[in-house]
Design a protein around this ligand. Structure first.
Ligand code: CMX
Length: 135
């Protein structure tokens, strides 16, 4: 398993928050990439930083993991995402080492990445996403 680096940090934000304006100002980026990922229940707004991205996440409905997170913990860091070169290999290797992933098979996330997650209960409190670039 090869970790290529931090792909992004996912931040849970409320739809009416000032978060986007803040990140636009801080990063000097007036045109972040927006994508709705219905399967994940999220609207994403992605800012490049040069090394790794900042991904703002809004919940699409009450079933969204982001809506649940905001209700429980409030706005803040929702997950960190590590880019791997081969997610199937990474999942097999982690399972051999006793680390379970949330999905049996990878799903397609924002920007076409193949993704899976390690539950915060397993990692010591942080939701960890693994992502493999496909495009
Ligand atoms: N970070 C840290 N802890 C978290 C957490 C997070 N992101 N999400 C939930 N938790 C904690 C809760 O606080 C709770 O802890 P306690 O038992 O101590 O109270 C526990 O985990 C269970 O919380 P829950 O609200 O019952 O949440 P679920 O177990 O139903 O779901 C999770 C948690 C991680 C399995 C679910 O959020 C999930 O499947 N996440 C993966 C998909 C996802 O998050 N998609 C959005 C991002 C997509 C993208 O980046 O494109």
């Amino acid at each position: 398993m090869k970790v290529l680096g931090i792909e992004h940090i996912g931040l849970a934000v409320a739809g009416d928050s000032k978060a986007e304006e803040f990140w636009r100002t801080l990063l000097g980026e007036s045109d972040p990439v927006r994508e709705m990922v219905a399967e994940q229940g999220v609207q994403t707004t992605i800012f490049p930083t040069g090394k790794g991205k900042i991904e703002l996440l809004e919940g699409l409905d009450e079933h969204s993991p982001i809506t649940k997170y905001l209700q429980k913990k409030g706005a803040g860091v929702h997950h960190i995402c590590l880019e791997v070169n081969n997610i199937a290999e990474a999942m097999a290797e982690l399972r051999n080492r006793g680390i379970d992933l949330i999905y049996a098979e990878p799903k397609t996330g924002a920007e076409g990445y193949l993704i899976n997650f390690i539950h915060p209960k397993v990692s010591g409190g942080v939701l960890v996403e693994l992502a493999q670039k496909t495009i």
